[in-house]
Design a protein around this ligand. Structure first.
Ligand code: PGD
Length: 766
């Protein structure tokens, strides 16, 4: 490759790159006011020995044939040629599809993969399965927002409309008097946006707002969830109890006659039913500040004072994704909206409800006039689905029924799962259970750039290129720069693009043209660009042709400043612009949800105690949140990620008082455990964590001492060993991995060495 500086992009920022003499120099995009340190993870990624350089097959699968087995995760691998790998995978897909049809193939393939609109791995899997075998069992919703994406349409409108076209940061900086944020506005989260992000603007807007006098209040067990620039107030809350706090705020607002009854009467349905619940009319339990104080560990007087701080001010309520990634995660989402409504704020400039503001770099931004199109996925001939986080349930309980959003569905009998661009041994809960679930498959096929734990459980592993090794177009609908992702380096070893892999497999299955439509990757990118160009042209906007865009590397796109439009239009004229709910109004009571009859998600928001509560055996709440040093588990072996570990282990924060009680000192290796397993981590003492709480981020690659153990010990610090694998409720069945309960103690003796970035046993190269 010639040594010239080229443009490229990632979920955590656009950049230019120069590769010379095996060194990679990365410079953030010149227009980015606050680039992410995550860019440093690329520095050593291209040639890291943990990359996959050639196709691999699991020895047991090759020798014994497909079928359920306990060896996944503990077996050896054989390096094979591309033609052998293609032959094995194509024949196996054919066999499974012939025996069981597309219903036997799981193509949900959840995961963020890499930026780049065309090579988006999950879309490639879907298109491949649709065009070759006519479909697959799919997954719906996401690990990010499983509960919110299901409940929001019932009570106010589509989640993307609420979150991606919500009140903008610009407006908040200009108008909001109070930003009350449940779960905070951590910049480590908004530094990332799926598809690409060229400008990190959150810090600047928060600074502007704070300088103008906006009061930021962050309700969270972690002080670090609010950036210092906000100069805000931290209200420490017991994990998972925000619903109780908000109910008490509502009760105080109502009792003091601070509720905006005119707004509630005109724009909402069901306030009377919630008031009856707040007043305990049926069960005699009044949900007042004293009641909530017991549950959420915030003094009653502080709750009452908070209600007073909100009354009569321009308030925006923000609700982080993380709150709904927990048992009964629907409730805080619903109650945040109700609180905004009771304060009469929705639709006012800088006021109302900002679901997920700060949770990703997409939110609080403006939308492009025309979005770059996605790769068409073809038609899925079957209608079988699971909510994405029910993967283990599906594999362990085929044929059993489950509830989901008013429907009763049956888990299919899956024989083959095909995964590209995701890491379930990062993203799923209770990893020992996930291993048992994957052991039920006949075959697991994985495309990966490196030997993640998911690749180590696969039967056939295809080595995929890193984005830096291929061309693509980077951008998100909320990012005003479209980036030509020019190739920086040649592929590692024999790695190939997912598109190339699927094209060859489709050819062997006699479906090449259906899959490729006769286009190369570059031709697809030009074709998709042309569609965007035509749409812009229809709106009177001229942009250069693809080739010129490619040479220039960046295209500035026109945007529309229509943040908050749904609720603004609704407020201006509810008759003309009703909400897309059954009543056309904000649903404080939902007759639809009520009709489902779910005890764990009734017709109006409630407080429901979680089944996971700290007790003598498990006295600590563990917050397993998003990491600051990488995106999820991506490039965990990258320079920046590794620099933030200690002794190669993930860092767990603990309050100094708790540490003293437990005899734990800064830098000690600790053992965090519950009935599902044990995790080792390095202890960091911090007053930013409330007492009784531990914080261990997700993302450390799963590294079990004994992969087959019923209760595994992860040397590296992956908290999903410990999290419970249950849905948020019967309504959404979302991921509830954010909070669990654990014990902690100092690790005595010599701790086992971390081996997450060592190769598995590769017994022979054939
Ligand atoms: P990533 O680490 O992004 O995690 O889960 P997700 O599976 O998305 O995985 C992407 C994988 O794709 C990586 O292994 C990467 O190497 C691979 N990859 C990258 N580019 C390519 C490519 O071009 N081709 C192929 N074939 N592979 C590629 C994230 C999920 O985790 C999410 S979104 C959330 S919000 C959840 N968060 C939590 C949480 O807060 N707490 C807990 N306990 N658990 C969670 N899990 C969820």
């Amino acid at each position: 490759m010639t040594a010239t500086r080229v443009m490229h992009s990632s979920h955590w920022g656009a950049f230019s790159a120069l590769r010379q003499d095996d060194r990679l120099e990365i410079a953030p995009f010149s227009g980015d006011p606050d680039p992410s340190p995550l860019l440093k993870n690329f520095d050593n990624a291209l040639r890291h020995p943990i990359r996959l350089s050639t196709p691999m097959v699991r020895r047991g699968w090759l020798e014994n044939g497909p079928g359920p087995t306990d060896r996944r995760g503990a077996d050896e691998y054989l390096a094979i040629s591309w033609s052998e790998a293609y032959a094995l995978a194509a024949a196996e897909l054919q066999r499974v599809a012939a025996d069981g049809g597309p219903e036997a193939v799981f193509g949900g393939s959840y995961g963020w993969s890499s930026a780049g609109r065309f090579h988006h791995a999950q879309s490639q899997v879907h298109r491949f399965l649709n065009t070759t075998i006519g479909g697959y069992v799919r997954s719906v919703n996401s690990y990010s927002s499983g509960a919110a994406s299901v409940i929001l349409p019932h009570i106010v409108g589509d989640m993307n409309e609420i979150a991606r076209r919500g009140v903008s940061w610009k407006e908040i900086a200009r108008y909001s008097e109070v930003v009350l944020s449940f779960g905070g506005l951590a910049l480590k989260n908004s530094q990332v946006a799926s598809g690409g992000l060229s400008e990190h603007t959150e810090r600047g807007f928060i600074q502007q707002a704070a300088q103008r006098g906006t009061q930021f209040i962050s309700v969270s067990p972690l002080q670090s969830d609010l950036p210092e620039e906000a100069r805000g107030e931290w209200l420490a809350i017991r994990p998972g109890t925000d619903a109780a706090l908000i109910l008490a705020l509502l009760q105080v607002l109502k009792q003091r006659q601070w509720s905006d009854e005119d707004f509630l009467a005109r724009y909402c349905v069901g306030w009377d039913k919630l008031v009856a619940y707040l007043n305990g009319e049926e069960d005699g339990l009044v949900r007042d500040a004293a009641w909530a104080a017991e549950i959420c560990a915030i003094p009653a007087a502080r709750i009452e004072a908070l209600a007073e701080q909100l009354h009569g001010r321009r308030v925006i309520i923000s609700m982080a994704h993380s709150l709904q990634r927990a048992e009964h995660g629907e409730q805080p989402v619903w109650l945040g909206l109700v609180l905004a409504a009771v304060l009469g704020q929705p639709g006012l400039p800088g006021g109302g409800y900002a679901y997920a503001l700060g949770a990703l770099g997409h939110y609080g931004k403006h939308h492009n006039l025309v979005s770059f199109p996605a790769l068409p996925q073809g038609t899925n001939g079957i209608d079988r689905l699971i909510p994405v986080a029910r993967i283990s349930d599906m594999l362990l309980h085929p044929g059993e029924t489950f509830n989901y959003n008013g429907r009763q569905l049956t888990y299919p009998r899956i024989k083959l799962a095909w995964w590209a661009g995701g890491n379930p041994f990062h993203h799923h809960q209770d990893l020992a259970r996930l291993r048992r679930a994957f052991s039920r498959l006949d075959t697991l096929i994985v495309h990966e750039i490196a030997w993640t734990a998911t690749a180590r459980h696969a039967d056939i592993v295809f080595p995929a290129t890193l984005t830096l090794e291929r061309e693509d177009v980077g951008g998100a609908p909320t990012d005003r720069h479209l980036i030509a992702m020019q190739r920086v380096a040649l592929p590692y070893g024999a790695a190939q693009d997912d598109y190339t892999i699927f094209s060859e497999l489709a050819r062997r299955l006699g479906k090449e043209t259906a899959f490729t439509e006769g286009r190369s990757a570059r031709e697809w990118q030009a074709h998709l660009y042309q569609q965007m160009q035509d749409k812009l042209q229809q709106q009177g906007v001229r942009v250069p042709d693809f080739e010129l865009f490619w040479q220039r590397g960046v295209l500035a796109l026109p945007q529309v400043e229509d943040g908050g439009r749904l609720l603004r239009n609704f407020r201006a004229d509810p008759g003309q612009h009703p909400l897309p709910t059954p009543s056309g109004k904000i649903e404080i009571f939902s007759a639809t949800i009520d009709s489902f009859g779910y005890a764990d998600c009734p017709g109006h928001p409630v407080w429901l105690a979680p089944q996971q509560q700290a007790d003598d055996r498990h006295p600590f709440y563990l917050i397993a949140n998003q990491p600051a040093s990488k995106l999820h588990s991506q490039l965990d072996f990258g320079c920046y990620s590794v620099s933030q570990k200690r002794d190669g282990r993930e860092v767990c924060r603990i309050h100094p008082d708790d540490a003293r009680d437990k005899g734990i000192e800064e830098g000690d290796i600790v053992e965090i455990s519950n009935q599902r397993g044990t995790v080792l981590a390095s202890a960091a003492l911090s007053r930013q964590v409330m007492p009784g709480v531990l914080q261990l981020p997700t993302g450390a690659w799963y590294d079990p001492v004994d992969p087959l153990a019923e209760r595994p010990l992860c040397r590296h610090g992956n908290p999903n060993v410990l999290t419970l694998d249950i849905g948020t409720s019967s309504l959404s069945q979302g991921c509830s991995g954010q909070i669990t309960v654990v014990q902690i103690r100092r690790y005595e003796g010599k701790a086992p060495q971390v081996r997450a970035f060592e190769l598995p046993r590769i017994v022979a190269v054939r």
